[in-house]
Design a protein around this ligand. Structure first.
Ligand code: PAJ
Length: 282
């Protein structure tokens, strides 16, 4: 495996692969790999001639009060794990490479970013869309892999690719969970042992919601209230949002019919966690 830190070098390599007609799979990450990342990486290695993984903690997607500086990092370990998975290139640029002096161009997906995490984290998706667009231009992948863990991010990236004709196939990947249901996240390391136990409340809330729907609940605002109360019953948890939305437009629903998505964000202690899952009304 090769570790590339320069944009120009990565771009030259990508150009060469294109000319050779190679299919390139790409997994953008902020590093500190867990099994969620590794599931995307495995799939990229499996179904492409070459796999590229980027590790870059993107400053433009963090708010001024957020955890950019203390976000967990371990590049040596990430390099080792990527190598073991058969990744061809790990791209780990510096901030100066990605946002040199004078940088002033941003990508904005206007509607899908209005609610949910977009409403709670102003500027977050502008940073995500911008860095993903940049990475796509640098790596020129055939396919790119995104986890459903960040469900709104997945929809935003799909929309951007269509709107800007980026010509990258976006492959959605299922949420990888710990054995007790907690969605894997690099931020789970912030949790104390007590908070770690309480953090399963998001998964349990989704399971409870599925059960309420199975029992015939079809009123979305009422189901939403039940989920809020379920999460608030956990003393260490505080709801940031609970929404029942259309899985494609992310618009809040009034009635549960067919497929909906339960979108959850909560603080457990001072750590903000997100989760989501399907709700199927048959
Ligand atoms: P990061 O949080 O490192 O996540 C990288 C990719 O791994 C994303 O597509 C995310 O959805 C996926 N992922 C994270 N946890 C997962 C889990 N438990 N199961 C399945 N997939 C999971 O998301 C980002 O980085 C950044 O916003 C990025 C897209 C790299 C732009 O900076």
């Amino acid at each position: 495996m090769e570790v590339i830190t320069r944009v120009a070098e990565m771009q030259a390599r990508a150009r060469q692969w294109r000319q050779e007609g190679k299919q390139v799979g790409f997994v953008p990450t902020m590093g500190y790999f867990h099994q969620g990342h590794l599931s995307l990486i495995r799939r990229a290695v499996q179904e492409n001639d070459l796999a590229v993984v980027s590790v870059y903690v993107n400053p433009t997607q963090f708010g001024p009060q957020e955890d950019f500086h203390r976000y967990p990092r371990d590049l040596e370990r990430d390099i080792r794990l990527a190598e073991e998975e058969g990744v061809h290139v790990l791209f780990a640029p510096s901030d100066a490479e990605m946002y040199p002096q004078g940088y002033q161009t941003y990508v904005e997906v206007t509607e899908l970013t209005q609610g949910l995490c977009g409403a709670r984290r102003p500027g977050h998706f502008r940073g995500v869309a911008t860095v993903v667009a940049k990475l796509f231009h640098i790596v020129q992948p055939t396919r790119a892999y995104f986890g459903e863990k960040d469900y709104q991010q997945l929809r935003v990236v799909e929309r951007m690719v269509r709107d800007l004709n980026l010509g990258v196939e976006i492959v959605p990947m299922p949420i990888v969970r710990e054995s007790d249901g907690l969605a894997m996240s690099s931020r789970n390391v912030y949790l104390s042992p007590e908070e770690r136990r309480a953090a399963t409340v998001l998964y349990r809330a989704w399971k409870a919601a599925q059960e309420w729907v199975a029992q015939g609940e079809r009123d979305a605002p009422r189901l939403r209230e039940k989920v809020v109360r379920f999460i608030e019953a956990e003393p260490l948890a505080r709801v940031d949002y609970v929404e029942i939305v259309d899985p494609l437009t992310l618009e809040p629903l009034e009635r549960l019919e067919g497929e909906a998505r339960l979108m959850l964000a909560a603080f457990v202690g001072s750590t903000r966690l997100i989760d989501n899952g399907p709700l199927t009304a048959t």
